[in-house]
Design a protein around this ligand. Structure first.
Ligand code: PLP
Length: 405
């Protein structure tokens, strides 16, 4: 049985009060709170280990380089990568996805090719592909979802052809909570000769991933959503693909030999880690993974699903409230609107009650367009949330709606 009260003690910020009320943090989908061990690791790194990695023979540099590479190894194991060389540290998921779109895309996408993206993607898994298509004279094709929020994978074959180079799809929608059938998408895309780029930002947190078993080609996520520091992320790529892909950013640290006539590059993954990388963030992310490994991931998932079920039941009782995204197997994200109430107004009243939810388009404007709305309220749950917080959300929404109407 999951003990949320005990887990909460690991997260110092959850003791905070806002407007003299206990903080009820239901915005972990935007960024998750950090356990004390991550905060302390980052603090100790600055106090005791700060030295640039991969550059010095001196004691501190060697020590911190070892820690950085150990974090890479831990993260590789955590997501099921075949080798640590398949893990590139980036500034976050957005940087990871742009790296693929620029580096792989520049070399392997040309005029007349096409790229398939799903309608439920976050902007960071749409715009890099849209810009690539514009640069190259390629076509962007969209795989739609239905009103339940289910990705219509039965339409995928109709979009794929011999000129499809990339299929970009999320593991979990940050707005609808939907988990598309990735195994199916990947198998069909591969059969058509396309690579599959998976946005794992929410998926790595809710249920995790085994990239080797999934057989995706690239997988991107951000550290800050996985209880780690901000400003660090991961790009997983199959080794052969990383090796044939040219560098994206260039400069220090990513080279083998440099002369004015010709530069050769460091082996993967360093070829993609130009400049001083966020080594403190990467080691902090390794610590977040070490923290998560203490738990049974199935127990975390069961806890989050119970919160989702409770929230869905309670919110649905409120007259005029509509939940967006009701696909079977969805994860612990609930987006909703109440008839006649603006989501910003609702979010602001909830805030005054100490309840932090997300309001707006959630960087997924095509999802808003699908439902003909400009924004939604979103509650997203994490391992530290409790049933009492779910009840407070439902009571808060009811109260806010009464006031606003
Ligand atoms: N993809 C999804 C599904 C997300 O939820 C987010 C962040 O909200 C991103 C991508 C972008 O992540 P970041 O801003 O950390 O690069």
């Amino acid at each position: 049985m999951w003990n949320a009260a005990e887990v909460r003690r690991d997260f110092p910020i959850l003791e905070r009060r806002v407007y003299e009320k206990p903080l009820i943090y239901l915005d972990s989908g935007a960024t998750a709170q950090k356990p004390a061990c991550v905060i302390e690791t980052v603090d100790r790194l600055h106090r005791e280990w700060n030295a640039n990695i991969h550059r010095g023979v001196h004691y501190l540099s060697e020590e911190v380089t070892t820690m950085y590479e150990a974090a890479r190894e831990r993260i590789a194991r955590y997501i099921g990568a075949a080798a640590k060389e398949e893990i590139v540290f980036t500034a976050g998921a957005t940087a990871s996805l742009n790296t693929v779109a620029y580096a792989w895309g520049e070399r392997f996408v040309g005029a007349g090719d096409n790229i398939v993206v799903s309608e439920m993607e976050h902007h960071s898994n749409i715009i890099p592909w849209q810009l690539l298509a514009e640069r190259k004279g390629a076509e962007l094709r969209v795989l739609p979802f239905d009103d339940e929020g289910r990705l219509m994978t039965e339409k995928l074959d109709g979009l794929l052809d011999g000129r499809t180079r990339v299929v970009a799809v999320t593991q979990v929608s940050n707005t609808l909570g939907t988990r598309p059938d990735l195994e199916y998408v990947i198998a069909r895309a591969h059969r058509a000769g396309a690579i599959v780029v998976v946005d794992g930002c929410q998926g790595v947190v809710h249920g995790g991933v085994d990239v080797a078993r999934l057989d995706c080609d690239f997988y991107a996520f951000s550290g800050h959503k996985l209880y780690g520091p901000t400003g660090v992320g991961v790009l997983y790529g199959k080794r052969a693909l990383l090796e044939e892909m040219p560098p994206f950013l260039s400069g220090g640290d990513m080279v083998d030999r440099v002369s004015f006539a010709k530069t050769t590059f460091a082996p993967v993954p360093l070829k993609f880690e130009a400049g001083t990388s966020n080594f403190i963030g990467a080691i902090g992310l390794g610590e977040a993974v070490r923290y998560l490994e203490r738990f049974d991931s199935a127990e975390i998932e069961a806890h989050e699903t119970a919160l989702l079920v409770r929230a869905t039941e309670e919110l649905q009782r409120i007259p005029g409230l509509r939940i967006y995204g009701t696909a079977p197997g969805k994860c612990a994200i609930v987006s909703f609107n109440v008839e006649g109430v603006h989501p910003y107004d609702l979010g602001m009243i909830l805030d005054k009650l100490g309840i932090a939810v997300r309001t707006g388009h959630h960087c997924a404007e095509p999802v808003m367009t699908h439902y003909g709305v400009t924004g939604m309220c979103r509650a997203s749950f994490a391992l530290y949330n409790t049933p009492e917080e779910v009840d407070a959300l439902a009571a808060g929404v009811e109260r806010a709606v009464r006031m606003l109407r």
